[in-house]
Ligand binder design. Structure first.
Ligand code: KG4
Ligand code: ZN
Length: 356
């Protein structure tokens, strides 16, 4: 079979990214223009600025991806673009650019679900990910658990009821006065801290489900900071960052390991921006080994948003000849696929106490 070349374009939030990927996993180029410096002074993404910067940079980022891949535009089999969910203004820029390019070149357009892109990120490079697997998708906007039977059939088995884990990192970092994006900053500060000096409660919405909740731990951090001079005079900001981070990561690890055991699935992938966190990687590895699960992470650069994962998801649609019309619209909110499988409802009986 001949090689399939897909261009992937990602502009759902604050990164303008494009990549060319061969056969769904071989990354020929991967270009990223980060807007961190634009949003950092505001402690979070300013949607209006994000779409403006995408507009200014998308053309050069896509050109650079094609040049670095050393391919001709005419050799591309499809143009895959993030269609949603995300910031509507940001999505509009990337999708409109993709549509115009598809129209001008007569190359098929494929609208990609951003979360499917993350699910494909673990297979970039040489790793073959077996099916079925459990996927923990942990990013700035989502904290979801999936039972993935195949790329066409997967079921969401858990989600956050309020804030995503990445959001908890970002808001926590803001409260600690660290800046944006918060995840890497909390991780760095926590390295010199002692989590036992600032213990936080483990945020479980319910022990009977695979859902998450991270808004309570944010409030716990606020109270901790307000009272730390009085009640915890010798804790440092590094101790607080370490305690906060440990608590978030323990819950992510425990629910994922329990989901794998409950569904009797022995392969686990962890994807999304928070999957770059080294404590999460180490904690998951330790427990996966103990409980005899096989664990896969994307390379660090494919954890956070990137064009390669969008091209990879686009390749799967291309294989099934699923294309998008040129009048397709972006969508801001999560939309579920119609062909997700639905496992029979069983009541999970979880016991988190024996794990730590
Ligand atoms: O996947 P992503 O790039 O964008 C979304 O789809 O949301 O994830 C961004 C999120 C941010 O909340 C950021 O703080 C978090 O991932 N993140 C991290 C780390 N690197 C990025 N969180 C914890 N530790 C990290 N090293
Ligand atoms: Zn993302």
């Amino acid at each position: 079979m001949s090689d399939t070349l897909i261009l992937g374009i990602e502009t759902s939030c604050d990164d303008t990214a494009a990549a060319v990927v061969k056969n769904g996993h071989e990354v020929l180029s991967d270009v990223l223009h980060t807007q961190e410096a634009v949003h950092a002074p505001y402690g979070g993404v300013v949607p209006e600025f994000a779409s403006r910067v995408h507009l200014e940079t998308v053309d050069s980022v896509v050109r650079e991806a094609i040049t670095q891949a050393n391919v001709q535009l005419a050799h591309l089999h499809a143009i895959a673009v993030t269609q949603g969910p995300g910031l509507i203004g940001s999505l509009l820029v990337g999708l409109s650019f993709g549509k115009a390019l598809a129209y001008a070149t007569n190359i098929p357009l494929i609208g990609v679900h951003h979360l499917e892109g993350h699910l494909f990120s673990a297979r970039l490079g040489t790793t073959k990910i077996p099916f079925p697997h459990i996927a923990l998708l942990v990013s700035g906007g989502h904290t979801n658990l999936y039972a993935v039977q195949s790329y066409e059939h997967y079921e969401q088995i858990g989600r956050t009821l309020d804030d995503a884990a990445g959001e908890a990192f970002d808001k926590g970092a803001k409260m600690l006065g660290l800046g944006y994006p918060g995840g890497p900053l909390i991780e760095r500060l926590a390295q010199s801290g002692d989590p036992n000096k600032a213990p936080f409660p483990l945020p479980y919405p319910s022990k009977q489900s695979f859902d998450f909740s991270f808004s309570g731990i944010k409030t716990a951090l606020r109270y901790f900071l307000q009272s730390s001079h009085e009640h915890h005079p010798d804790t440092t900001p590094a101790d607080i960052a370490a305690g906060y981070q440990t608590s978030i990561i323990q819950v992510l690890m425990q629910k994922t390991i329990h989901a794998a055991a409950y569904y009797d699935i022995s392969d686990i992938i962890v994807v999304g921006g928070v999957a770059a966190n080294s404590l999460l990687r180490a904690t998951m590895r330790e427990h996966a080994t103990t409980h005899q699960f096989r664990l896969y992470f994307p390379e660090l650069r494919y954890c956070t948003d990137n064009g390669a994962m969008i091209a990879s998801a686009g390749w799967n649609s291309y294989k099934h000849r699923i294309f998008s019309p040129l009048n397709t619209e972006p969508f801001a909110k999560q939309r579920f696929r119609e062909n997700q499988i639905h496992c029979p409802q069983k009541e999970p009986q979880l016991d988190f106490h024996h794990m730590s």
